[in-house]
Design a protein around this ligand. Structure first.
Ligand code: BGC
Length: 372
């Protein structure tokens, strides 16, 4: 547990109530039509496919023209697509980055043409050309995942443990990964310090635990290696896995199954997740390995980002609620952050189905979107 939260988060992590802030948009708004390029990172995860559509709809409903493209987890492809959008004259870019450090050059070109750049969900780093950030409290995501593990293990009960857990973090080129991971580490720290929780692999840093491009297959491979190396003597049991995203969680679960553990039994470790992907919700409902996910209502996130565009077109400044948390190497990017919600077998229906985020049919009929 070596990274300090302060170093990581640069400032207050709280969602401070901050008045509108940002660029001077008033003068140029008269000429704006709202033409927006939406650049999403991947189609192998439900959330991004869904959000692309929602963003497009929200902007079209406001009467704006849009271009929606998916970078398919290929940073070069995303840069080309963004370049194409700039050439076609977009006034706004909403970008869910693939590699958060690779966009400096193309965004400089966008800025030359006065494009307003909204970093969507993932903070774009190492460039002064990001105007706004729309996201969730990413640190809290990791806190919720770790709390679920502690809860399920009964780690606060007298004499509890020692429990063995292993940690996974997300893609190293996505700045969100460190926030999720740090939230998890900080929450577990007291328990690892007291010995209630042990991490037999001793892999507690971001680098060895990372999962390039959030790939479930890569996570499955690493979980298999960990099981062989640290859990194959038949004596040591694995009690939980901190997994940051549903696709990674399922890779972990498939590796655990291949190792001979049966989902739904006492021996199966607690596995966390994020994004409320339909198939993971099915697993949670049916007790099939994953027991938690973190729901980030991406309809609200899309509304924040499209609302930023609408405000600027209307001659106003976008609404912001955080000015001091997300430093991108050049500046604290004015942000609007939403709150994530922990989902388990007790509240999935209320939070996801009653709110019409998912239908029961989608959960019933969900199929694995990734290749394993
Ligand atoms: C998002 C998560 C998502 C992950 C993988 C992150 O940047 O914040 O919601 O699970 O990417 O797509």
């Amino acid at each position: 547990m070596h990274l300090s939260r302060r170093r990581l988060l640069y400032g207050s992590a709280g969602v401070a109530a901050v008045a509108a802030a940002g660029c001077s948009t008033g003068e140029k708004s008269a000429a704006l039509t709202g033409f927006t390029g939406i650049s999403m990172p991947t189609q192998t995860s439900d959330r991004w496919v869904f959000e692309g559509g929602v963003l497009e709809q929200q902007l079209k409903d406001a009467g704006y023209e849009t271009i929606l493209e998916y970078g398919d987890d290929d940073p070069e492809k995303q840069i080309k697509q963004i370049r194409g959008m700039i050439d076609r004259g977009v006034e706004f870019l909403i970008i869910g980055a693939i590699d958060n450090r690779s966009l400096g050059e193309v965004l400089a070109t966008a800025k030359d043409q006065d494009v307003t750049i909204i970093s969507y969900d993932r903070l774009i780093l190492d460039t002064p050309d990001v105007d706004y950030y729309a996201s969730f409290d990413n640190y809290e995501v990791g806190v919720l995942q770790a709390k679920h593990i502690l809860d399920q293990l009964g780690a606060d009960e007298p004499g509890a443990g020692p429990f063995n857990i292993e940690l996974f973090s997300g893609s190293p080129d996505d700045s969100n990964s460190q926030y999720f991971f740090q939230g998890g580490l900080d929450t577990l720290e007291r328990y690892t310090y007291s010995g209630t929780i042990q991490i037999p692999s001793e892999q507690t840093e971001q680098e060895p635990t990372s999962t390039l491009r959030w790939s479930g297959a890569i996570a499955m491979e690493r979980m298999t290696e960990l099981l062989e190396e640290y859990y194959s003597d038949g004596e040591r049991r694995l009690h939980a896995v901190l997994a940051p995203y549903d696709g990674i969680s399922r890779g972990v679960i498939y590796a655990l199954e291949d190792f001979g553990l049966e989902p739904g039994t006492e021996e199966f470790p607690v596995v966390t997740g994020q994004d409320a992907e339909a198939i993971s919700v099915q697993f949670i409902r049916d007790g099939q390995g994953q027991s938690q996910t973190v729901f980030k209502d991406t309809r609200d996130l899309a509304a924040v980002a499209s609302g930023m565009v609408k405000s600027i077109v209307g001659g106003d400044k976008p609404q912001i609620n955080d000015l001091g948390t997300y430093y991108n190497g050049f500046k604290f990017v004015p942000a609007y952050l939403l709150e994530p919600v922990s989902i388990d077998k007790d509240n999935w229906e209320e939070e996801l189905v009653d709110s019409e985020y998912l239908t029961i049919e989608q959960v019933d009929e969900a199929e694995e979107p990734q290749e394993f």
